[in-house]
Ligand binder design. Structure first.
Ligand code: SF4
Length: 352
């Protein structure tokens, strides 16, 4: 294991909490945004962790709500001239890299991710340079520069398959930045992986002892866990997976109650696809708790209807730009993932 240890959780500069809008203000902004999307030939692409009203608006206007892999694919394939990304910065950068001819707007360019912040290109590159024989695999939650340094980009929905594939070819891997997701994949594949020691400040906060207590209170509930969570929490799961895989598990498992260890933003979609089931947030409190995010990402929370309206009204300070040389490098590792995902889909169809 590497000894690189980036910023510790409590040192992250958290953004201020967003202003809460009244129901009337939300309605007014929704009406205005709907018109602006038409006027600007724009489409709203939202992540599962954004506020329910943003996810609903994306769906009502022909946009999309998804995990980061599907957001990237949707943005790339949609005909709109402008993409407005409700998510965090690396998602906007990915959209821009895949569709450089489109205008890519974000409701707030300061909306980042602890994994991205905790994996600066200079030190990550130095780490890679020390192990030139290894294939560099990075999680999508990284800067464009880190993606350009990598051989492969992965999202949590496809990471396991790609590492399995590389391991079957005898490749040794450098994995960054999420140590929990990397550890989970290593435990499943036994691949030779050297880890960067980053973590997600939301998932890292889930507590196994408090989760055990909660399971005792809800004995019939199934536990759904995102693999960015600590190993002790993953071990208590009935299903482990990316956001879209957890939504699928909620639909397919027979349980009527679920304890969910991921950002609570996902409850909007889970409740929509399973209206007769109950979803409970996994605990971030209990022994050793230092929770500052309480199962909701402070950077995802920067996305608001007001911020989306502002971005569509005046793009200044909202448009994503990626330097061309960086974009070209990142495109290679991103396309490897997208091509791999497309091949896998073809295989699934062929076997169906
Ligand atoms: Fe990053 Fe975690 Fe926030 Fe996702 S929830 S954007 S991984 S800090």
């Amino acid at each position: 294991m590497s000894n690189f240890s980036p910023i510790v959780g409590s040192d992250y500069p958290f953004p201020a909490k967003p202003t809460v809008l009244s129901e009337q203000e939300k309605l007014d902004y929704k009406t205005k945004i709907k018109q602006l999307l038409i006027d600007k030939d724009a489409v709203l692409v939202a992540h599962y962790y954004t506020a329910p009203e943003i996810q609903a608006l994306a769906e009502e206007t022909g946009g999309y709500v998804a995990d980061s892999l599907e957001m990237a694919r949707f943005g790339r394939d949609h005909s709109a001239k402008t993409l407005i990304i409700a998510g965090v910065r690396f998602m906007g950068e990915t959209a821009k890299i895949l569709t450089p001819h489109k205008t890519v707007l974000m409701s707030d360019l300061e909306a980042t991710c602890s994994l991205d912040v905790g994996c600066p290109i200079e030190s990550f590159s130095e780490f890679c340079d020390q192990h030139p024989e290894r294939t560099v695999v990075v999680y999508a939650n990284t800067s464009a520069a880190v993606k350009a340094r990598a051989d492969w980009v992965v999202t949590s929905s496809i990471a396991l398959d790609i590492v399995e594939h590389l391991d079957s070819e005898g490749k040794k891997i450098i994995w960054g930045p999420d140590r929990h997701l990397g550890g989970y994949i290593q435990s499943k594949t036994q691949a030779d992986m050297l880890m960067w020691q980053g973590d997600c400040i939301v998932h890292d906060e889930f507590k196994a002892s408090a989760l055990r207590d909660m399971k005792a209170v809800y004995p019939d509930a199934a536990v759904l866990v995102h693999p960015e969570s600590p190993e002790s929490v993953v071990k208590l799961a009935d299903a482990v997976g990316s956001t879209s895989q957890l939504i699928k598990a909620a639909q397919e498992l027979p349980n009527k109650q679920f304890i969910v260890a991921t950002d609570t933003g996902i409850f909007y979609k889970m409740q929509q696809v399973c209206p007769d089931k109950e979803f409970l947030a996994a605990p971030t409190a209990g022994d050793g708790a230092t929770c500052r995010s309480c199962a909701h990402c402070p950077w995802m929370a920067m996305n608001s209807l007001k911020a989306i309206y502002n971005a569509l009204t005046d793009a200044t300070g909202h448009e994503i730009h990626v330097p061309e040389t960086v974009a070209q490098g990142a495109l290679v590792s991103l396309n490897r993932m997208l091509d791999f995902a497309a091949e896998q889909q073809l295989k699934v169809k062929g076997n169906a």
